[in-house]
Write a protein of this length. Sequence first.
Length: 229
Amino acid sequence: MSRTKKLDLIKSSYRLAALIILISININTLSAQTAGVVREKGGPKENGTSIRTTSISKPVFLPTVVIGTQQWMEKNLDVMTYRNGDIIPQVTDPTAWEALTTGAWCWYDNSAANGAIYGKLYNWYAVNDPRGLAPQGWHIPTDAEWRTLGTLLGGDAAAGGKMTSTGITRWNSPNTSATNESGFAGLPGAYRGTNGEFNRVGMTGLWWSATENNSKSAWARYLGDSRGT
């Protein structure tokens, strides 16, 4: 059996913690510029630097990648506050995580070293909070925008390998179908389940969309292995 990387649409509970990557509101006017963010100093870096919100209003240029008609941040979101400066609580205890009905974040395995590589994992309550997670000029992609990305790359089955970072430094072996032709450089930052347990680092990347499915779940995008003959 061979393995290829695939981009998949899945339904995820609000309490699940997943990665977030941002998309530009207007590719023609933004030009990789955003306000209220600074580059994080120190720690391991891949494909640029992490993004943290601050009270600084001076625009700062950050690494981005243009794919067709879309402009994406190169790094997963790594903020500890909403756009207005309110703190997003970090929740490490699995029982406390399972009981959440408001926004929260964590690092994979509650490890800051993982956070430096993959960014933070957020529940969907944080995604949907009216105070906003994304800096000015950016937003969390809708399901329709994720669908557009898949279409631009030849469909979800073809898009997987084109969006996956190459090599086996982060992805489990063999990762042979990864080409990263798109420059998206998706990493396997995995997720935290609704029961507070961490799952599938090295095997899966899971990113939220801003689109609800129903009163208990929202749409997300899974990047990982699809088995074939």
